[in-house]
Ligand binder design. Structure first.
Ligand code: NIG
Ligand code: FE
Length: 389
């Protein structure tokens, strides 16, 4: 693959404070050289070395591709009617998950694969170069395993979420379902998964069940992440921290103890504003978490029920307007923050040796991601050095 000099970068977000100003490591009048899928050189435009090819950024903004660390993309069907009902006043209960489970079970492998391919492409067109993908709409051994098998051909960030809700067949026997999730289903899914996740919430899995499921996953070599404190206060965040989870996701209802636990740990607080937007719920308080010293990531939670958006830019805009984040904090959270939540050091920064996952914005500054909500600013995207958009 020929090397490429990306020249004429008006503003460059590196997320490497050693390379530029502030936590975003900002450089102006910069250049980047991409070689063999990784970043080979970063610095002032005037000092840029030669490369085989040249791309002129024409004064626009270059930043790392978005790292979307929380998405549910292996499914069939859609829940327009449920959304419509909510926008007419009904509240979100997560009960609609079963609608998607029925449609997903009925779909062919080819249909699920095509749906996933479409969403990954849709996200890529909007600057997302890394995306996590959960199972959780199958809830049988073969349906969960095929979801992860299909996901694993699109992303290494695959998450076993057999514990999304209790499968309908086990409605009268939740303990039996936990046995299945920690036994035969885990055996079938572990070969295709990097992570194990649980929806720890009233109506899904309680703290003891969640602990059993996450611990079983850890014993099979998976690393935990938790749907925690989304719809109500609960044990999810404390459990995530106690088990050394990479991330506690949602974090909408937090006590002072929950905030302190996150701030004193390596567990990232992943906030998912699309879910509150689409369920007309109160947003999580990012400012409180940041002021306490917690690491915050932003992600889409893209799923057909609670948050049917694949737009990280939308999440940035909402986080800035509604959750007390500065534009700099939100852009960091959507790139480097997501990388932290996935324990990845090769993405989320523009630094020598990092994967060349980059997006060019039709804008003079990354602040435009919040300042120009809803405007498609993506001008070009490279994934592992390959121009995709
Ligand atoms: O993260 N909270 C649980 N899971 C999803 C919602 C899934 C659905 O409603 O289909 C979420 O919001
Ligand atoms: Fe989710």
């Amino acid at each position: 693959m020929p090397s490429t000099l990306i020249a004429g970068i008006g503003s460059l977000v590196t997320n490497d404070p050693a390379q530029g100003t502030g936590p975003l490591g900002l450089l102006t009048d910069a250049a980047v050289v991409v070689d063999g899928g990784t970043i080979a050189w970063v610095g002032p435009a005037a000092e840029a070395p030669a490369a085989d090819e040249r791309f002129d950024a024409a004064g626009r903004t270059l930043l790392p591709g978005f790292v979307d660390s929380h998405a549910h993309l292996v499914f069939a069907g859609d829940r327009t009617a449920e959304f419509n009902a909510r926008m007419s006043g009904q509240s979100y209960t997560a009960g609609g998950i079963r609608t998607t489970v029925a449609a997903t079970r009925a779909a062919s492998d080819a249909e699920l694969d095509a749906n996933l391919a479409r969403f990954v492409r849709e996200a890529l067109r909007q600057g997302t170069t890394s995306i996590e993908c959960k199972s959780g709409y199958g809830l049988t051994v073969p349906d969960e395993a095929r979801a992860l098998r299909i996901a694993s051909s699109y992303t290494p960030e695959t998450t076993y979420l057999g514990a999304h809700v209790v499968a309908p067949e086990y409605a009268q026997d939740p303990a039996g379902y936990v046995d299945l999730v920690t036994g035969e289903m885990l055996d079938a899914c572990a070969p295709y998964a990097r992570w194990v996740d649980v929806f720890c919430e009233d109506g899904a899995f309680d703290g003891d069940q969640a602990r059993a499921i996450l611990t079983a996953g850890v014993e099979r070599g998976l690393t935990p992440r938790v749907h925690a404190n989304q719809l109500s206060y609960g044990p999810g965040v404390q459990l995530a921290v106690e088990l050394g989870a990479a991330s506690a996701d949602h974090c909408t209802h937090l006590t002072d103890e929950d905030v302190a636990a996150l701030a004193g740990s390596a567990t990232v607080a992943t906030l998912l504003p699309g879910a509150e937007f689409s369920t007309r719920a109160a947003y999580p308080d990012a400012r409180r978490l940041l002021d306490a010293g917690a690491v915050v990531a932003l992600s889409t939670d893209c799923n057909p029920g609670s948050s049917f958006t694949s737009s990280m830019a939308f999440c940035i805009a909402v986080a800035v307007r509604e959750m007390g984040m500065t534009p700099d904090e939100a852009v960091w959270a959507a790139t480097a923050g997501g990388a932290h939540a996935l324990r990845r050091t090769d993405v989320g920064t523009v630094a020598v040796g990092a994967r060349a996952d980059l997006q060019l914005l039709e804008a003079p500054s990354h602040v435009h991601l919040a300042y120009r909500p809803g405007v498609p600013l993506t001008a070009a995207v490279w994934r592992a050095g390959v121009r995709e958009v």
